[in-house]
Write a protein that binds this ligand. Sequence first.
Ligand SMILES: *Cc1c(COP(=O)(O)O)cnc(C)c1O
Length: 465
Amino acid sequence: MRYISTRGGISPIPFKDAVMMGLATDGGLLLPESYPHVTRDQLESWRTLPYSELAFNIIAPFADDIPGDALKEMIRRSYATFTHPDVTPVVRENGVYILELFHGVTLAFKDVALQFLGNLFEYILAERGERLNIIGATSGDTGSAAIHGVRDKQGITIFILHPHGKTSAVQAMQMTTVTDANVHNIAIRGTFDDCQDMVKALFNDLDFKSKYALGAVNSINWARVLAQVVYYFHAWLRVSDRTGQPVSFSVPTGNFGDIFAGYVAKRMGLPIASLLLATNENNILTRFVNDGDYSLTGVVPTASPSMDIQVASNFERYLFHLYGEDSGRVRSAFEGLRKEGRISFSPSEMLQVRQDFCSASVDQTATLATIGDFFRETGYLLDPHTAVGVRAALDLLPSGIPRVCLATAHPAKFSEAVEKATGKPAPVPDAVAVLSGLASRCEVMDADLEQVKAFFVPRAKQLSS
Ligand SMILES: *Cc1c(COP(=O)(O)O)cnc(C)c1O
């Protein structure tokens, strides 16, 4: 399998190069040249497979430059870190299925992708005798999942900047209690944007970037999307009761990575009836699906902070397909977005969009009410991100088709919202309770690029020395 860029500016590359490239060098996103098709018979034969064997079957055709045994072992190790035997179990509550994606180390769905990505990086770096310095900014979830994905991995050093005192206490502890030698937490006296700006400045310094082999772990890496395709298949196999039965999925959406994985699963032949794209007040993607209006507005903070996003980075992957794989059109659409702050769509394109997705935006009041109602009716606690998807599913998806709602975080991770909604905080799981007793390490500094560099340089591993 070879990978191409949505902007058309690179010649096709194999999987391992695509993983190491992250963002395509022409500024686009990488996609496989085609999607392997899964037949109904194949699908049926996977029904009883454990998660990691299913994952191997789905991932292998995309990663055909890695020997099967090595890939299998990487996948096995990645999902052995999950605390539930079914890795991503499905439970039935209140007429919907909840796909619990939060049984990984940081209690959010990003572990599914980042545990795998950490092992992939380590494998490829060892094979090539190379090193990587990962640097990233986080408002909470991505940073902690990335740190846990690469801690104690050979060949990788990671630096994560977070805004000091502005993540949740649990998120901060999940990051700073990782004291492995290759992990560096930097708390910036400033905002998430200050962190993001400094990371961008380091990446834009091309000499610096190549001297220190800087790498990113943000959600544009193809391997992250690929790892997420697996749980759509897994959930379908748990929920459907006959060959080919369609199932709908409701996906709380921020950067469009998770829902794009569902779109890939559908293109591979998984019988998906509807893909429901659920947003909070930051609803550019809902306006796009429902009204063809893709225009930028400001970001507002909500009870589901991991979805407080304006420009969804993975949306470009979908546009490439919507435009019939025409990279010229992708380029001009983003040129237009830069100049006019919007992208426009033709009636026939909108027809296609509405075949691919339906969408709803759920505001904070409705989100908290959903957590409260759901808890009173079932005793089951939803986190605020999951609640956005559940509300949208109950409102929009017909109940005659199984409805799977992706649960993207454990409620204890966003306990403040849960307490507001139900009157009491979420019970604290062991994985969180142990954190406050652990040693922690974190460097606090001003939002000053020179200070960050002065910290980074002696700790980073140079590419060749
Ligand atoms: C990252 C995140 C999301 C959004 O996922 P995308 O792939 O960015 O659409 C939703 N919920 C939680 C808890 C997250 O951490």
